[in-house]
Design a protein around this ligand. Structure first.
Ligand code: SF4
Length: 238
């Protein structure tokens, strides 16, 4: 398992908990609006942005030194579930008595299920990228949406503490999409609609020219989302 980054302290990422964030390297999607391009590429070769991998033993030394200050660890990416040894890695963190929040794009329901059954995860934040018929266009990879649907069902039916997250981009999403996406996660605990913010450091530099939705539109989307889930909020507003 390759660890591409570590945020030593976050008060925001894991609801109601103080956490460290571990970023795994590599992703099976290629969302053009991705804010973490340096974490997407799987090989060291493509990763020329000066990112140095963190050794597992150094990470555990750090975690052990912070046990009195941290409640948990967020495992984010990239996409952590592409690593077969993720359960083993998480188990070592759990053995330190820390909670685990997993960020995932939902493409590995089998691993998600076994992590939950083995009591290795405490909270899941799952991306919902688009309505099913638009997934390929948004994630830029051939994808079997049945896998994502399975993950959605798993989180909701098993009452796994969770939230869904969607980054909304004007050239990719509209109001009708929000309704369809809401239907796809009907009954979920929470859905956060993240305003896409153009920047110079996106996976596809063309996206840096796209103007973000304004706050009024984002609030309109959240109003639509509220019809389907318990809590829907727009994020990244001015
Ligand atoms: S946005 Fe997330 S799922 Fe998409 S390419 Fe980036 S890390 Fe992967």
């Amino acid at each position: 398992m390759k660890i591409g980054g570590l945020e030593k302290l976050s008060l925001l990422d894991y609801p109601e908990n103080i956490s460290a964030i571990v970023f795994t390297q590599g992703c099976n999607f290629r969302c053009k609006f991705c804010y973490n391009p340096m974490l997407v590429w799987p090989s060291d070769k493509k990763n020329k942005k000066g990112l140095s991998f963190i050794k597992e033993k150094d990470l555990f030394l750090f975690l052990k030194s912070r046990l009195n200050r941290l409640d948990g660890v967020v495992i984010s990416g990239g996409e952590p579930t592409i690593y077969k040894d993720l359960p083993e890695f998480i188990k070592k963190i759990k053995d330190l008595g820390l909670l685990i929040k997993l960020d995932t794009n939902g493409t590995n329901p089998e691993m998600l299920n076994s992590l939950w059954q083995e009591k290795l995860i405490d909270y899941v934040a799952m991306d919902l990228k688009a309505p099913w018929e638009k997934y390929l266009k948004v994630v830029n990879r051939k994808i079997d949406c049945r896998l994502i649907k399975k993950s959605v069902k798993l989180l909701i039916d098993n009452k796994i503490p969770h939230e869904f997250r969607s980054t909304l981009v004007p050239t990719l999403h509209d109001s009708e999409d929000i309704s369809k996406m809401g239907q796809a996660i009907k009954g979920a605990n929470a859905w956060y609609l993240q305003k896409f913010i153009p920047s110079d450091n996106l996976l596809d530099s063309e996206f840096s020219k796209i103007k973000a939705f304004n706050d009024r539109k984002m609030k309109e989307f959240a109003k639509i989302g509220k019809k389907y889930v318990k809590n829907c909020q727009a994020r990244g507003l001015n």
